[in-house]
Design a protein around this ligand. Sequence first.
Ligand code: BES
Ligand code: MN
Ligand code: ZN
Length: 496
Amino acid sequence: MLDVIIAKPALPHSGALILPVLEDGLAAAAAWSGLDAATAGTVARALDAAEFKAKKGQTVTILAPGAGLSRVIAVGLGKEADLTAQIAEEAGGAAAALLGREAAATLADHALSATLAAHAAFGAALRCYRFDRYRTTEKPEEKPRFASLTVLSADTDATAAAWAGLKPVAEGVFLTRDLVSEPPNVLTPAEMAERCEALTKLGLRVEVLGQKELAKLGFGAMLGVSQGSAQEPRMVVMQWLGAGGKGKKAVAKAKPIAFVGKGVTFDSGGISIKPAAGMEDMKWDMAGAGTVIGLMAALAGRKAKVDVVGLVGLVENMPSGTAQRPGDVVKTYSGQTVEIINTDAEGRMVLADVLWYCQERFEPRFMVDLATLTGAMVITLGHEIGGFFSNDDELARNLHAAGEATAEKLWRMPLGEAYDKQLKSDIADMKHVGGRPAGAITAAQFLQRFVNAKPWAHLDIAGMAWSSKDSAVVPKGATAYGVRMLDRLVADYYEG
Ligand code: BES
Ligand code: MN
Ligand code: ZN
């Protein structure tokens, strides 16, 4: 995590400087009190020569402009009237990406308010994430050096307060990115459950259920998926009781809100095995669970005033002599029976049991599940927007708004009886696959049969959990898509 230091502006400046600039604010930026007159002149001429207009996202690097400065990175914010926290974060992220060779930098207290300065630091921290646990031969000089950002602010208290709310969210995002990046031989269901248990240090209550307990409960859908694997399944129940404001010792008052995640630590497809090309990607088929875990860490870390439960179903989907077959019929925890058509449609089986357990035990105000559930969702919305389904208009509106506010965008998809009919089975209460047409929708219809008519939303994050290219605050790789959005959902609508 980037070390963020918050300080009052003081002269003179040396090292690397990030200079956020508003459109039509070029002259004001160059005249910023942190630069001496000669350096300010050099910076102004360099920006002019680079045709820098301070458009949103535009950046220019000026090397050694004088007065002990190694570089100035000017970053455009666009028009002042349109300035948002999101734009400040993206500016911070874009600047951080250009600072790889500098160990430290200073963010000028120009153009950004005390709060927005903290958001710029948040963006810089998010962009600097790197998973390098398994690189053993990389030389220190090959590694990025940037580790410390000094945020200048005339109102250090306000900036520090804003940063105190954002840092735990960045930590939650990093936990999710770590989990999603880990290889599947390391991150087994048991290992993932242990990493959840470590979160008790944040004041979360964590329960872990193993094979025996799940069998006793009657988790036939989830255990059918894991029966082909040498790795034992786990279900983890995490609780953050923050509504009473006392954390660890608090007791739940009203009904909690609930998040449920698909945690398939590796999805080979099982007997309906996947093609070899790209199968390594299926290490991140636990991203729904990884997101729920990171979200719980973020909420506990910032002591959110809300009661929330997070449940994750953790299994490995493998082919073997003990594996589930197409044609099998399993009895789910809800009592409903399911005909297995394709063992690669395993995520919905895991969620079926965990969703039913969650609504039965906690009677939550609503449940939101996250899953890398279908390839069809990737075909529908690509890697730009996550698809979601909901039986509740208010929850749907709030989710959409939280997505817009955090640039983790969502688009609502339809549900309907006609789609549900595709799940009719000749031997059991339903089959779990509805054929090729509307594959993401029929998967959602299947889940809806396990929510018992309570408010619910399903986020199919198959296209969003992993990125093949860098963007402003998300380096390529595990994105942790959903952590910032759902933290925002809680903060804006359910905390108090
Ligand atoms: N984990 C996959 C979905 C997936 C595919 C996620 C590509 C990310 C990228 C899921 O378990 C799966 O295999 N779904 C099948 C369902 C089908 C057999 C009905 C799919 O989408 O092809
Ligand atoms: Mn699958
Ligand atoms: Zn899967």
